[in-house]
Write a protein that binds this ligand. Structure first.
Ligand code: IPE
Ligand code: IPE
Ligand code: MG
Length: 248
């Protein structure tokens, strides 16, 4: 159960990370299938390699002392994949949590899931619920796993919840709406990274990405290393975020 030391100011400076780090990073982990194909291996081989990348990237986010990391693990559209691939992904989600939970908990990581877990087999749902319950009081990195997540489904769910609450339409503002999303209480999404060359959101954090910065990299997810994350964060830090204002 390794406890990871936070990077010191000097460590960060040696990486070139001298400004304000993003508080909340979202990652669309893409390219597992292509990574396996290049090796003439089945897609499941790529997903397994992808879990190893996730292991390394979560640790890097702990050391960087980020507030939140949200990873896209299974979209509402991923049900369209062959059942065998979907089952492999379920098994890998469970394996990941079982292997990682002690260390993540020891490092004060709070695990939450974004998405409708009810559609998953009990074994997946219960594993995720237990991980969230066990880590719910942790105050370090919030690690959000998007599982059966879709931005549109999330928005519809918020609309339904608000309508069911009988709220006066005039009282519905952005704060109330955000409070009804899975990401309620999390810091604003600062940076979205997508691996494997595609330049689209694929239904990831639609509301939350309103003012996020985007970094697209050709690196396939199983090849994505902590140094890639640091390089992508440096790219983020070079951007001028205007939020509609005039910035000299
Ligand atoms: C991302 O890799 C993992 C999930 C969507 C679960 P892909 O499986 O989409 O890999 P490619 O895009 O086919 O290479
Ligand atoms: C997005 O990747 C979903 C996840 C990373 C979980 P996809 O590979 O499913 O997205 P598309 O099909 O290229 O849009
Ligand atoms: Mg893909």
């Amino acid at each position: 159960m390794q406890i990871h030391k936070l990077y010191t100011k000097d460590d960060l400076a040696s990486f070139g990370l001298t400004g304000a780090l993003p508080a909340h990073v979202g990652i669309i982990m893409d390219g597992n299938g292509r990574w396996a194909k290049k090796r003439l291996m089945p897609r499941s081989f790529g997903h397994r390699a992808g879990i190893e990348s996730l292991h390394n990237i979560v640790r890097e986010c702990i050391k960087l002392d980020l507030k939140a990391l949200t990873v896209y693990a299974f979209s509402t559209e991923n049900w369209k994949r062959p059942q065998q691939e979907v089952n492999t992904l379920f098994s890998l989600f469970i394996e990941f949590i079982v292997k990682e939970i002690d260390e993540l908990d020891a490092n004060r990581v709070r695990i939450i899931t974004l998405g409708d877990l009810a559609a998953f087999p009990d074994r997946v749902r219960i594993c995720m619920e237990n991980a969230s319950e066990r880590t719910k009081n942790n105050t370090g990195l919030t690690f959000c796993l998007c599982l059966n997540y879709g931005g549109r489904a999330e928005i519809l769910r918020a609309v339904r919840n608000i309508a069911a609450s009988g709220a006066d339409p005039a009282s519905i503002d952005e704060k109330l709406f955000s409070d009804n999303l899975y990401t309620a209480g999390l810091p604003e999404l600062d940076l979205v990274i997508r691996t494997a060359g595609e330049q689209r959101l694929s239904n990831f954090l639609l509301w939350q990405a309103a003012y996020a910065e985007f970094v697209f990299t050709d690196t396939l997810w199983p090849d994505y290393k902590p140094e890639n994350l640091r390089a992508n964060i440096i790219e983020f830090m070079k951007r001028t975020r205007r939020f509609g204002k005039v910035v000299e």
